[in-house]
Design a protein. Sequence first.
Length: 258
Amino acid sequence: MTGSEESPSFRLAYVPGVTPAKWARIWNERLPDIPLTLAQVPAAETDGLLRGGEADAAFVRLPVDRTVFSAIPLYTETTVVVVPKDHVITAADEVTLDDLADEVLFHPLDDVLDWDSPPGEPAFERPATTEDAIELVAASVGLLVVPQSLARLYHRKDLTYRPVTDAPQSSVALSWPEEATTELVEDFIGIVRGRTVNSSRGRAEAPPSTEPAKRKSTEKAPARKNPAAGGAKSGSRPQRGRAGAPKGAKRGNPRRRS
């Protein structure tokens, strides 16, 4: 190895709200000699990060450019509205967008829901980030509709949230550049898909020790010898008399009676 070569490692990016700890733990158990580097990045930056080769794969929010990236959808999140704990909405278990029609709803610049703008009264400005919008909700200036994972990520004791049943939803996927599907990427795909340690890579490999069994099953069994004497039909058994000899056979000495 020359001084310019680096030891292999796997660089995994993830957007806010995704918790990669479970998959990272399995990686460290199965490939302890290959470090896994985690980096949380804003959702809008994952595209450029993967294109630039700064990450091998990333947990992203769909959609992605399918002409460049491969993606494995993992789950779709519940959408919630974040409100102060003393807000009237907390009296309900869930709400609809119509219930929010008279509320001021923030639309942060890093919004991850697939809509041009949220319903309700427009806010006086668009906060730069979801975290900034959460601060404004805490100040009782307006409300915020986000995926549930982001409501949990930026949790405050003075805020709570309720599901919005008819709001757009955000889906999370594992994505990577299609032209950079390396063996380490295949390893991580296997982990995310829940494959066992013996099949985690996802590459097509012939199952071990199956060929001899196939040959054995296709070989013709040798013809059995006819157990019957005198050319009797296969499967027939010689008939025996009461003394156990074949029927028709003489017993004792073959002498004529006088």
